[in-house]
Design a protein around this ligand. Sequence first.
Ligand code: PAF
Length: 329
Amino acid sequence: MRSIKSSFLAAAALAACIAATGAASAQTEVKIGYALAENSHYGVAAKAWAEAVEQATDGKFTFRQFPSSALGGEREVVEGLQLGTIEATIVSTGTLSNFVPAVGATDIPFLFRDLKHARDVLDGPVGQEVLPLFDDRGMVALAWGEQGFRHITNNKHPIGTPADLAGLKLRTMENPVHITAFETLGAAPTPMAWPEVIGALQQGTIDGQENPLSVIVSVKLNEVQKYLTLSGHVYSPAMLLVSKSFFDNLSDEEQQAFRDGAAKGVVAMRAFVDDVEKSGVATLKERGMQVNELSPEQKAEFQSSLKAAYQQYYEKYGKDLIDRIIATK
Ligand code: PAF
């Protein structure tokens, strides 16, 4: 009887030990999913973030990289964070405004003057007020990253005026702010998840798309697009986020390691964007793209054509907030 009891206790202890080991090792692997390749701005940020956390925690946490939408489109990855099946991501606000609508204010066209203005707003009070809003959505937003300014590519013709967009089947993100803008400009916006975009461009179901140079260069969109118009119509922020259920189980020191690591990821990401904003046009011309840049007058025409859209943005996000962003020096 005693030996049955002690065998049972030994088996129970072993099971508990296996469970504990399993739980510990499950916690130490941080699955990070993102839409672009490891040699993109997302990839370099994810690498810097991973290295910083791994170093600060003496290897207790190791990141497992899932680049190029290997875990699904951005929406699925964000849902994975909410469910706790994916621990971390780097994702554009174009997707995030479907989860935290206030983020959409940062996607308004012609809102930011340049990268410095955008970074000052996001690192300042306006941006920092947005980060905690993710806590109620099952995520912790650790830092603002970025992609750069979005430009239009297509296979029909160069774009110089809003009239050139008439009827153009332009893929947009599944983002109400972007969709409103392109509808107002007279294009035929076709919202689509990123993993479907290259195939749709190859098959001609869409004529064009819009993304920053960081994306156009790293994805080699020149292989499926002829014309690049440097419209800079909207700044494209991104965020570094972790699952709240994962984060809440970390010690204070570990949480700080994730925060500090995310900040290092942002530094790497911004350096990448700075670089590609300077070199990207030459690279794409070398690869055969036909490039035109909107003159200040042409940009002004786009801006004035967006007046009706701005009316909607004021109603949705508040004129005060939009004015506060514009007034940031
Ligand atoms: O266009 C998009 O969907 C996004 O900019 C991308 C390329 C997935 C990066 O976040």
